[in-house]
Structures are given as C-alpha cells and as structure tokens.
Design a protein around this ligand. Structure first.
Ligand code: ATP
Ligand code: MG
Length: 553
C-alpha cells in the first residue's frame, strides 16, 4: 500500500552521515521553551523529530529550553508533556537545559582560559554602537584585551552576584569585522537577578541561546539538531563553539517554519488572545494550540497525517488550513459513530402510526466493518430539521414539501399530506403518512425517493448543547495585514445552539468517541463543560463549506 517516497533533504543528510560514519545512530530532540502552549507549528516539529529518529532506529529527547528565567512556568512544562504524549510520541529522556547550567558555566571558563571570551563592562547601547552594520565593520570594545586572569575573576564575580543586571556581560572573542554580524563577539552570558522555575535563586547569570542550545545538543549527543530558518545565521556560531570547546559535534539543520492560514502561531500573539479574552483560554477549541484542537475533537492520527502531507521545505510557507481539516475529516469518517441530531426542530406527525414506538436499527459506522448497530426508536411524533421542509420549493428541492416524499434515514418513506400553520403563517407541524413496506434494508414498497433526512423520535429524544466553531480570523494571514492582527478576528467564530434534539444513543456519549451527526458535521463531547448536560463541539463540517463560500465572493 505504501508507495516509495523520495527522501527529503534532511533524510538525505542523515543517510549520508550514517554512510560516512559521522554518526553511528540518530539522536534528535524536541526543544520547546516552556513559555506557552504548543501549537500546530510545534506539532509539525514534533512529528519531524520523532519521525526521523523512529525511521532510523534512534531516539528523541524532550528538552525544555528553559534558560530564560523570566518567562517560563511549570504549567507550560506539564501541558507540553501532555501534548507530545497525545500526539503519540515517547521521548527517551526528559531533560532541562537548566540542568546544564554548571556544565555551561565550565564551558565558559574554558573559553576564557583559551582567550576566546572576555568580560565586557560596556552598556548594551555601547555594545550595539560598536557592532557595526551589515555593510560596515564593527569596532573592538575597549575591554576586549583584558587578561585571562582578570576575565576569570570578573566572570566568577558575575556568578557570585557582585554586579547588577546589565552591568557586565561575557562575550566570545571572535572577530568584530566578521561578515556575519552574529560572529562579531556575540554575548554568551548576561546578568539577571531573577527567580528560575527550576534552579530557584541559585544563578544570577544566564547563558544566551547560542551558549546553551548547541552545547545542550552536544551534552546529549544529539546528532541532528533541527531548527527553523531564522537560525541559519546562528549555525556558524553553533559550529564555532562546538569546535573551540572540543565537544560532541552535533549538526544544526534548518527547515522552514510551518504556518497555517486563518490563524496566528506566535506564542506572543496567542498569549494576547488569551489575556484579552478574545478566546476562553489556551485550550479554547478555536485556538491553533494542540490542547485547543484536542478539545475540539481533532485526532492525533489526523495531525500526523497532516504533517506527513506537508513535508518539509526550505522556504517559509503558509499552509492552507483546509489541508488539516481534510485530514481530520478523512480520519473521522473512518472512526466516527453516526448519530442523528436535529438542531432546529419541526414537528412531524405520522398519522397512520397508531401507538407506542418501534425500535429500528442503525449502523454505527458504515466505513468500519467491526462497528455495531444502535437502536433507534421510531414513533408517531418526530422532529425533522426545519430547513428540510419548504412550502413552495424550487426545482430540485429533494427534501420535504406538500405532497412530496422523502426517506427518513434508517426508517421509512413518508409523504407530507398536510401543513399546519399558526395565525402568522409559520409552519407548526407536518402531518404525514408513512409506508410500512418501505423500511430501510427491507424496502418492498417500490417507491423511489431522492432525499433522505435525519430525524429523531420526540418522546425518546434527549437534549444537548452544540458549539459550532468557525475560523478565528477572517483573513488568510492576519499577521501580515495592516494594523493589529486582532482587528481581523472573525466575530462569528463561535455559534451556540443551546438546545438540540438527539437520538437516545447519545445519552452514553463518551469523551474518547467521535461522532458524525448525520448531515451536520463531526462532533465530540466537550471535556470541560459536561456537568449535568451534554455539550458537543463541532470539530469540522462534513464538507469544505468555506471553500465554497470563498468562491461565491
Ligand atoms: P513561537 O515563535 O511560536 O514562540 P518558538 O520557535 O519560539 O515558537 P519554541 O518553544 O522555541 O517556540 O519551539 C520549539 C521547537 O518548535 C523549535 O525547534 C522550533 O523550531 C519549533 N517550531 C516552533 N514553531 C514552529 C513552526 N511554526 N513550524 C515548525 N516548527 C516550529
Ligand atoms: Mg523560541
């Protein structure tokens, strides 16, 4: 079944490295900064890292990149672990960059010993001023030629807490005329008297990204360190530090960030949406976070399929969210239990059905041979969807109208004999006849009808609340529009149906199950709001209504 796929560029690098004996096996890592919840972009990175190590028989570490004390929180660590597990991946080791602080400090000392780092007393403005520009070389800091001894002493004093924030930094001594601005004596350590979520008040100096990431990779013997394109200019420094420190040669490889249309991905923006109450939290089903999508009913299988189809690229791309929705629909079509739910009821009285109810059967899922049947009561009083009836129908209206016939799913063909209206002309009920010979699967009636409707029997119907979600933004790329991205929030991204009527089988709805409400979409129970009452979130519509809508404009 699986067709031969050609290797992507990362797989090519890995296979070459294995062939050349550069590495004996593959180790990757997923390195989130615990400063927010994971989103779809992270999900693709998770699938990539774990997918590669699995393919080549290696393993992946989960490493929290927690070197910035100010923004990180344990709440985020927990949610990240939950999300990775939910996507279906197991990490080999759970690690924290902050566990390496002592080792990183030793590395810094080693650089000073080798005369490859120095303490600079300049202010950040002075440092920026001497840095030059891409077209103009920089100038040496007046502190650049301090002796090793002085540098060692000052750096130790920095660690000991002798100086205030910003008073001094440790810089690499590379080349102030280097064409790559990042190689112009980059800052390696800064002073920050701040409480860290794991190391507490032990440290008041913290390594910069470049002094931490590659070294952590190396400590863990990560072979291929995958990151997004903005780190391309950092690669030279990554390699320089590994070479000068003479440590395990991890290799940085960059790939394009995956962004998805009709949403935003930056954690800073997602945080704004939460803090300013545009959504009801990080796991609001409209959020592009993994926790939000999980609550909305997306499945790990669909995510993994999506990541596979997206592949990897060397240029940033905006991926159409319809692709993710397509993957979700495809998976849900295979696993969802079929149920009937009427959102906007119109009463139907079956005049020739005399008494009680008849128990019919309906397949749980025609796409799944192993799925069973559920019981569906049929009776004298039913509900159909109001929009499925028209008094004066246009041509090709295959639903119900006066004198017209339709099939009720899993049940019988009915004919509309009489329309009962109130004094304002609003339809109150339809009086219909059913044809006992026409039962689904046993139809001997010889009647042909074009339309099939979903329905529920009134006395056994249960009620539920339904939440219909639409895209959170009205434009493809809100971050790229004029003005604030929040100006483009879709005001109709959530529509509530407070009371809908469902067939009784849904009484036992379970969180792990997925449902297809016939002709309505895919739904899942909400994880939060299920006290006493049933609340369903619409995961996705049955068809891509959005694409159609766009074409009309
Ligand atoms: P954000 O900009 O959303 O805050 P980030 O890159 O700062 O994201 P990290 O926690 O540092 O978030 O990311 C962890 C890993 O996930 C990194 O390896 C990063 O490259 C990857 N990643 C983050 N966003 C995306 C994305 N949109 N597409 C692919 N990979 C991503
Ligand atoms: Mg980051």
């Amino acid at each position: 079944m699986s067709e031969e796929k050609s290797l992507n560029f990362i797989e090519e690098i890995i296979e070459d490295d294995l062939k050349d004996g550069k590495y004996n096996s593959i180790v990757t890592r997923f390195p989130p900064e615990p400063n927010g919840y994971l989103h779809i972009g992270h999900a693709t990175s998770i699938c990539l890292n774990f997918g590669l190590s699995k393919k080549y028989g290696g393993y992946t570490n989960l490493r929290f990149d927690d070197t910035n004390p100010v923004t990180e929180e344990t709440e985020y660590v927990d949610s990240i672990k939950e999300d990775v597990k939910w996507l279906g991946f197991d990490w080999k080791n759970e690690l924290y960059a902050s566990d390496y602080f002592e080792q990183l400090y030793e590395y810094a000392l080693k650089l000073i010993e080798k005369d490859l780092a120095y303490v600079d007393d300049s202010t950040s403005e002075e440092i920026a001023l001497l840095k030059g520009t891409p077209t103009e070389i920089g100038k040496d800091s007046p502190y650049r030629n301090r002796s090793k001894e002085v540098n060692l002493q000052l750096f130790k004093e920095m660690r000991a807490g002798k100086y205030k924030d910003g008073e001094r930094v440790l810089r690499a001594k590379i080349d102030m005329a280097h064409p790559n601005m990042l190689m112009r004596d980059p800052i390696l350590y800064r002073i920050k008297h701040a409480h860290h979520h794991r190391t507490g008040d032990k440290w008041c100096i913290y390594p910069m990204y470049d002094m931490a990431h590659g070294q952590s990779d190396s400590i863990e013997k990560v072979t291929h360190s995958l990151c997004t394109l903005e780190f391309v200019p950092h690669r030279e420094l990554y390699d320089w530090l590994i070479e000068k420190l003479e440590i395990f040669p991890s290799k940085q490889i960059e790939f394009a960030r995956r962004n998805v249309s009709y949403t935003v991905m930056s954690k800073r923006k997602l945080l704004q949406l939460v803090q300013e109450n545009h959504v009801q939290g990080w796991d609001d089903p409209r959020m592009p976070t993994i926790s939000g999508m999980r609550r909305r009913g997306y499945t790990p299988e669909a995510f993994r399929e999506f990541c596979d189809r997206v592949g990897i690229a060397k240029r940033d791309v905006l991926i159409d969210i319809s692709l993710l929705e397509f993957c979700v629909r495809e998976h849900l079509n295979r696993v969802a239990l079929r149920r009937m739910v009427v959102f906007d009821p119109l009463k139907v009285v079956i005049t020739n059905f005399t008494e009680g109810v008849e128990i019919l059967e309906g397949e749980d899922n025609p796409e799944d041979e192993k799925s069973g049947n559920r019981e569906i009561p049929f009776g004298r009083e039913l509900y159909i969807e109001r929009e499925d009836f028209m008094d004066n129908p246009p041509k090709k209206f295959f639903r119900l109208f006066p004198g017209g016939m339709v099939r009720l799913k899993y049940a019988y063909i009915i004919r509309c004999d009489e329309v009962v209206k109130d004094e304002n002309g609003v339809v109150q009920e339809l009086r219909c006849t059913y044809f006992p010979e026409s039962r689904s699967g046993h139809d001997k009636s010889g009647i042909n009808v074009k339309g099939t409707l979903h329905w529920v029997e009134q006395t056994n119907a249960i009620t539920a609340e339904v939440r219909l979600y639409d895209r959170l933004f009205e434009v493809e790329d809100p971050s790229n529009e004029e003005g604030d991205f929040k100006d483009y929030i879709n005001p109709d991204s959530l529509k509530l149906e407070k009371t809908v009527y469902a067939e009784p089988a849904l009484k036992n709805a379970r969180l792990e199950e997925r449902y297809q409400f016939l002709r309505k979409g895919y739904f899942t129970l909400d994880t939060k709001d299920t006290n006493q009452r049933l609340v369903f979130n619409r995961t996705v519509t049955l068809k891509d209504a959005w694409a159609k809508e766009q074409k009309k404009r």
